[in-house]
Design a protein. Structure first.
Length: 139
């Protein structure tokens, strides 16, 4: 079992492979309504309700929060592979705020799952092998 030191976690977070021009979730309140933005993050939820007429809802998570993405049917057909299989996505689209909820209406979807492998490279040098404490050793 490998455990990361707290300094390694800080280094990994500081070295997070940020996609070019991606706006952090915590800053989505800064651009004006309708602005074209790019966001990126891990896919934590995909929904395709039967009543939504082919619309797909995706929730991405970055190190600062979550982003709600709406993918219309026509765009889904164009970026189907990324929308279905991507573990980490970069989405460019228009910002929409309605009833206190912020969404990105997707115009482009890119699968950047390969960037997840670079996270392992950042932490490999600082990993320490140590067993997890047993139930009798925990406080």
């Amino acid at each position: 079992m490998q455990i990361l030191r707290s300094s390694s976690l800080s280094q990994a977070r500081d070295s997070w492979p940020r996609p070019p021009s991606a706006l952090q979730a915590s800053r989505l309140d800064e651009p004006p309504q309708g602005a074209r933005v790019t966001v990126a993050g891990l896919v934590i939820l995909r929904q395709r309700p039967g009543t939504a007429k082919g619309v797909i809802f995706i929730t991405l998570e970055d190190e600062t929060g979550v982003v709600n993405v709406i993918v219309w049917r026509k765009l889904y057909e164009r970026f189907r592979r990324a929308v279905i299989a991507g573990r980490m996505l970069r989405v460019t689209g228009r910002l929409q705020r309605e009833a206190g909820v912020t969404h990105v209406i997707a115009e482009e979807v890119e699968d950047i799952s390969a960037m997840l492998d670079s996270l392992l490279d950042v932490t490999d040098a600082d990993e320490v092998s140590a067993p997890l404490p047993g139930p009798d050793q925990r406080r």
